[in-house]
Design a binder for this molecule. Structure first.
Ligand SMILES: [Zn+2]
Length: 477
C-alpha cells in the first residue's frame, strides 16, 4: 500500500508560537511559554513512547510507566508507580494545589492495539516523522494524549509551581494499562485498589473528537455522556418434528416474523439537554445547508420544527443513533440439522439505551411490537447507567474558552458517544468525566485509529498540547 504523503492540515491558531498566558489570580507572574520548544519536547516524548511496544495483550506497559516516572521525577513531581500484575503498570502523579477546589485528573492509557505489519508502510514502533506527521501505533490512541498530558504536568510545574505560583486544585496525572482489553489491570484495578488516589471533581479522558472537514477545523466534541449497552435475547418456541412434514408454527419462521417486526420498529426520539446543545452548537459550523437547518430545528423547542429536523437528521445513521435508543440484531441461531424442525430459535439484540432510559421499558415495547405469546424477550446482560457530566461546569467552560482562544472559528460541543467508555465508571463514582481527542483531524486520519499507518499531524499535536494545558490551567488557577 502506498503511503499518502498529503500535506498536514494547517489550521489557524491565534496564539503565536511564543505566547503569554495571563497570570493566575494567585500568581503575579505571567506564564512565558516557548511553545515552539514545547512542541519539540512533546514530539520527543511521543516518539519515545511509541518506540516502546505496548501491544495488549500482553501489554507490557511497565516500560512506559517507568519512562513517565523518570521524566516526572527528573522534574521533581510526585509520582507513584504500581505494578497491578507482572509487566503491567499504573502511574499516578500529582501536582498539589492549595485545596480551594477539588482535584482534576488527566488520564490516558499506555497500551495499544496490535498491528497488521504487512499493511504498514512504516515501522509501527519506529516513531518516524514524514510530511508533517508522526507515525506509529498509539500516535492518536492514546499515546498522543499521554504525551500531551505529560507536557501539561511539566508546564504547570515549571511555569506555575517553580515560579512561586499556586494552583487552586491538585492536578493528577494518571497513566493506566489494559484499556484495550477490558481494563482488569487498568481502570478496574485502580478503582478497586487506589480509589483514594483518583478522587477528583473532574476527569479529562479519551473519547471525544476534534474534527476537520474539508480542511477546515470545525469543532471540538467533548464526550460528556454515553449510551448504555445491553444484550437482549429473543427466543421463539414451536413444535419440533421431521422437516418432511412442514408445521405452520415452526419456531424459525416465528423468529423471522418477530425480527421483521423489530426491524421495522424504531424507538421514539428523545432529545436530552446534551443532544439539544450538541445540534445547536454544531449548526453554527456545519457545512451542509440542509443538515445545518435541520440541526437548528432539532435544537429549537418548537414541536413542528423539531419533528421536521429529526426527519432529515435521522436519515444519517450516526445522527439517528444519538436521537433515540438503538436496536441492532447481531446473532441468530436455531436448529441442529437440516431435516429437523427445532423447538427453539433465538436472536441476540444489542440495545443501546439513551442515558436515563430504562431497558425494561424498551423490552416491554418490543414485546408489544412482536405481539406473539410464543416469543420470549429477556434481558441477558444489563448495562449500567451513569449520569451525564455537566456541560455548563467550570471544566467544560475552561475547555470551550481555550478552544475559542486557540481557534476562534471553532465551536465546542457536548457529545454523547454511542459506544461505551471507561468514563461511565468514573461518572458512576461521582466524578465529572469529559472525553477528548484534542487533535484536529479529518475523517481519514481519524479512521487510522486501530488501523494501518496510524499517525498524528504535528500541528495537531501542538494544538492538543495547548488545549489540554490551557484548559487544565484555566480550571486550576
Ligand atoms: Zn484508546
Amino acid at each position: 500500500m502506498l503511503l499518502r504523503r498529503t500535506a498536514p492540515t494547517v489550521f489557524r491558531c491565534t496564539a503565536s508560537s511564543r505566547t503569554t498566558v495571563t497570570a493566575t489570580s494567585t500568581s503575579s507572574k505571567a506564564l512565558a511559554i516557548d511553545w515552539a520548544a514545547v512542541a519539540r519536547e512533546t514530539v520527543v516524548h511521543l516518539q519515545r513512547m511509541i518506540r516502546i511496544d505496548t501491544v495488549n495483550p500482553p501489554g507490557n506497559e511497565l516500560a512506559v510507566g517507568q519512562y513517565l516516572e523518570s521524566v516526572l521525577e527528573a522534574e521533581r513531581i510526585e509520582t507513584h508507580l504500581f505494578e497491578p500484575a507482572q509487566g503491567r503498570a499504573a502511574l499516578i502523579s500529582r501536582i498539589a494545589g492549595d485545596g480551594t477546589r477539588r482535584p482534576v485528573i488527566i488520564m490516558a492509557h499506555m497500551d495499544v492495539v496490535g498491528v497488521e505489519r504487512a499493511n504498514w508502510t512504516v515501522d509501527p514502533f519506529g516513531g518516524e516523522m514524514a510530511g508533517g506527521y508522526l507515525y506509529g501505533r498509539g500516535a492518536i490512541d492514546d499515546k498522543g494524549m499521554l504525551a500531551v498530558n505529560l507536557e501539561t504536568m511539566l508546564l504547570l510545574k515549571r511555569h506555575v509551581v517553580d515560579v512561586g505560583g499556586t494552583l487552586t486544585r491538585d492536578v493528577i496525572f494518571v497513566a493506566n494499562s489494559d484499556e484495550e482489553a477490558g481494563g482488569e489491570f487498568g481502570m478496574g484495578w485502580l478503582v478497586n485498589n487506589h480509589r483514594e488516589l483518583i478522587d477528583a471533581e473532574f476527569v479529562l479522558n479519551e473519547g471525544g473528537r476534534t474534527r476537520v472537514v474539508r480542511d477546515k477545523p470545525l469543532y471540538v466534541a467533548v464526550q460528556n455522556t454515553e449510551k448504555v449497552p445491553h444484550n437482549v435475547t429473543v427466543t421463539a418456541h414451536g413444535p419440533g418434528g421431521h422437516a418432511a412434514v412442514p408445521l405452520a408454527d415452526n419456531a424459525v419462521f416465528r423468529l423471522g416474523r418477530a425480527l421483521s417486526a423489530i426491524g421495522n420498529y424504531q424507538e421514539p426520539v428523545l432529545l436530552t439537554p446534551s443532544t439539544r446543545e450538541f445540534f445547536g452548537q454544531l449548526a453554527k459550523v456545519w457545512p451542509d445547508v440542509s443538515e445545518r437547518r435541520a440541526m437548528n430545528d432539532v435544537a429549537s423547542r418548537e414541536r413542528r420544527r423539531v419533528l421536521r429536523g429529526v426527519r432529515v437528521l435521522a436519515a444519517t445513521p450516526v445522527f439517528n443513533a444519538v436521537l433515540r435508543t438503538g436496536i441492532s440484531a447481531t446473532v441468530v441461531s436455531g436448529g441442529i440439522r437440516s431435516n429437523v424442525i427445532p423447538t427453539e430459535a433465538t436472536a441476540l439484540l444489542n440495545i443501546r439505551t439513551l442515558p436515563g432510559q430504562s431497558i425494561d421499558a424498551v423490552v416491554t415495547r418490543l414485546r408489544r411490537v412482536i405481539n406473539d405469546s410464543r416469543v420470549d424477550v429477556t434481558i441477558t446482560q444489563r448495562g449500567e447507567d451513569a449520569p451525564a457530566s455537566d456541560f455548563a461546569s467550570p471544566m467544560f467552560a475552561a475547555i470551550a474558552e481555550t478552544v475559542k482562544e486557540l481557534a476562534p472559528d471553532m465551536v465546542t460541543v457536548p457529545y454523547m458517544s454511542t459506544g461505551a467508555t471507561d468514563s461511565a465508571r468514573l461518572r458512576q463514582l461521582g466524578m465529572q468525566a469529559y472525553g477528548l481527542l484534542p487533535f484536529p483531524m479529518d475523517q481519514e486520519d481519524e479512521d487510522r485509529m486501530h488501523g494501518n499507518d496510524e499517525r498524528i499531524p504535528l500541528a495537531s499535536l501542538d494544538f492538543g498540547t495547548r488545549l489540554i494545558f490551557g484548559a487544565v490551567h484555566r480550571a486550576a488557577r
